[in-house]
Design a protein around this ligand. Structure first.
Ligand code: SF4
Length: 288
């Protein structure tokens, strides 16, 4: 497949496009692996525009990996604020603990991926943005551009083939921007797309999906309400019922899920934010 890719012309078109615009995001051009790690974890499942302020606030509170590792998990969860998916905050703290324990961030994808909380995508992002490792990254925006241009298949090998040696960080950032700004999921701006002549997308947005249930009825909503309630202070089940206004059954399910994820713990009859002291004492052995 890679032999048939129009590598040179695709790269030329994307480079030309990057010269015409600049996306003012605070993590653009960042080389510090800790700050990259924070931005990448926050950008998982959250739009870039929503991440900007929480990213700046989080780094103001925890400016270095050692300061994050030394923090109480409950404080990290509080600092995560309303960004959502708070499990990411706990994973970030676990990553920081492991990095401090080993004396710094590793540089290769193979080593980065062994850190708790770091998946293959984040490992590649840190390797390329911090250390300019020659790897392509495939997050949702990049995948969409490559798939629309070259069809489905192994997009990681397409990304690796397209990524120019020596300019990996710039290239991967350019591809993320192209997907986010031009090749958008629902309304792609094909008329101003630099790779339009190489694109084979037929314009069909996929079969209509069953509409998602209202957010207020989801487990994620209930989990969020409980985490918000516990941010202020610990509480019993009865107090949580009053504070969250959720039905008993939904409280039970959400508490079980939060306990299992280590986002909260139980001390006697009360629930509190963060993992228990026992879980905290073995951060690097926890699962991703
Ligand atoms: S031509 Fe349209 S669908 Fe194809 S890559 Fe460009 S924006 Fe995406």
């Amino acid at each position: 497949m890679n032999d048939s890719l129009p590598v040179s012309s695709f790269r030329r078109a994307v480079w030309r496009w990057t010269r015409t615009r600049e996306r003012p995001l605070p993590w653009r051009g960042e080389r510090d692996p800790y700050r990259i790690c924070v931005s990448e974890v926050m950008l998982q499942q959250t739009q870039a525009s929503r991440v900007v302020q929480p990213y700046l606030d989080f780094l103001a509170r925890f400016p270095s990996v050692s300061e994050l590792a030394a923090a109480e998990p409950a404080d990290v969860l509080r600092a995560w604020g309303s960004l959502g998916y708070p499990r990411r905050a706990l994973n970030l703290w676990r990553t920081a603990c492991a990095v401090v324990e080993r004396g710094g961030f590793p540089r290769s994808v193979d080593e980065l991926v062994t850190l708790p909380g770091i998946g293959p995508y984040t490992a590649r992002a840190i390797a390329t943005f911090a250390f300019d490792a020659h790897v392509g990254i495939v997050e949702a925006n990049v995948r969409r551009v490559y798939e629309r241009c070259f069809g489905s298949g192994d997009m990681q090998s397409v990304a690796d083939a397209m990524t120019p040696r020596g300019s990996s960080a710039r290239w991967n950032q350019a591809m993320i921007d192209l997907g986010a700004e031009v090749c958008r999921p629902r309304d792609p701006r094909c008329e101003s797309c630099p790779v339009r002549s190489m694109c084979s997308w037929d314009g069909v947005l996929g079969a209509s999906k069953k509409p998602a249930p209202p957010f207020e009825t989801t487990l994620r909503f209930a989990r969020g309400r409980i985490v918000d309630a516990l941010r202020e202070r610990e509480a019993t089940r009865a107090q949580l019922l009053r504070r969250t206004n959720l039905p008993q059954m939904r409280i039970e399910d959400a508490l079980d899920a939060l306990l299992e994820d280590g986002l909260i713990h139980r001390a006697g009859a009360r629930y509190a934010l963060g993992p228990s002291a026992r879980e905290r004492s073995r951060p690097t052995s926890l699962t991703k």
